[in-house]
Design a protein around this ligand. Structure first.
Ligand SMILES: [Zn+2]
Length: 300
């Protein structure tokens, strides 16, 4: 029995050592993520062409560089159905840039140029602050970048900040998802093996069911992420089917890449001037962030 016990200990050490290149999963800090959300809102509205848009582009590049990422920018122009041309930039922070096996975590950083769902018609031409719609996904990704500066999972991670998600007129689908469509098209022969988009994940007491397109196209990735939420007892990720939402995961699904969208679409302040930081919480950001940390550090 003694020998068996010693053998078991040696085996356990060997198994443990095979993962030596990978460090232990860090703790996601919801308060730190919430500070990133507020910093964005302090820049004002961040729609393409606005001063806030220029400010957040600089902010993202500076933060990602400070957090040790390999930073790349993908500038491009997009023509809307109105004939307007938008000058847009996707921003990427890569960790372990040489790793072949890569996970893409994405969020849009632009905010909507008009509050067309605001209850007051006088507000509907005004731009939103986008604390939840825009700010929350970026906040979670920046907190992940802060963690990745100190500790790496064994897979490569690309944090992708999409531009031009939210400038379209309702009903004109081709005017949305400009950054993610551009990025998916540029992937070429080395696509990520999984894509997780986060959007509107910051509302207090958030409730994130399994988004419809994600469930249909990427059931294994959905099962994995919601399984982790169950294991971690994160109640915000609800194990039921939600509605199907046009979002930045779709261009990747259309490219044949497993992709899902974590989104709480039941947000009463959506596309209104009231989408402000007081509607959001550090706990909701940490709920999604802790699931993503566990996922990244479990992959190999
Ligand atoms: Zn939106």
């Amino acid at each position: 029995m003694r020998i068996l016990a010693i053998l078991a200990a040696v085996c356990a050490a060997a198994i443990h050592c095979s993962g030596c290149a990978r460090s232990a999963p860090p703790a996601f800090d919801g308060a730190s993520a919430f500070a990133f959300l507020k910093e964005q809102c302090d820049m004002g509205p961040r729609y393409p062409g606005s001063p806030g848009h220029a400010a957040i582009r600089r902010f993202l590049v500076e933060k990602l560089a400070a957090f040790g990422a390999s930073v790349a920018q993908q500038p491009f122009e997009a023509v809307l159905s109105t004939g307007d041309t938008l000058r847009l930039v996707n921003i990427v922070g890569a960790y372990r840039p040489d790793a072949r096996k890569r996970i893409l975590l994405g969020a849009h950083y632009d905010t909507r140029p008009r509050a067309d769902r605001d209850p007051d018609p006088a507000n509907r031409a005004r731009p939103i602050i986008g604390a939840n719609d825009g700010g929350s996904g970026v906040a979670v990704l920046l907190e992940l970048a802060r963690l990745l500066a100190a500790s790496k999972p064994s897979v490569g991670v690309d944090l992708v900040f999409f531009d031009g998600e939210d400038s379209g007129e309702e009903g004109k689908a081709m005017d949305y998802l400009l950054g993610s469509r551009r990025y998916a098209k540029s992937l070429g022969g080395s696509p990520p093996y999984a894509v997780i988009v986060i959007d509107m994940v910051g509302e207090r007491d958030s409730r994130i069911p399994v988004e419809g397109f994600s469930a249909a196209a990427s059931p294994a990735l959905c099962a994995r992420i919601y399984g982790i939420a169950r294991t971690l007892r994160v109640p915000n990720l609800v194990q039921s089917r939600g509605s199907s939402i046009i979002d930045d995961h779709l261009p990747f699904i259309q490219a044949g890449i497993p992709a899902i969208d974590l989104i709480d679409f039941e947000y009463r302040y959506w596309h209104t001037l009231a989408d402000t930081p007081d509607k959001c919480s550090s706990e909701s950001l940490a709920a999604v962030g802790s699931v993503l940390v566990r996922y990244l550090w479990e992959e190999r």
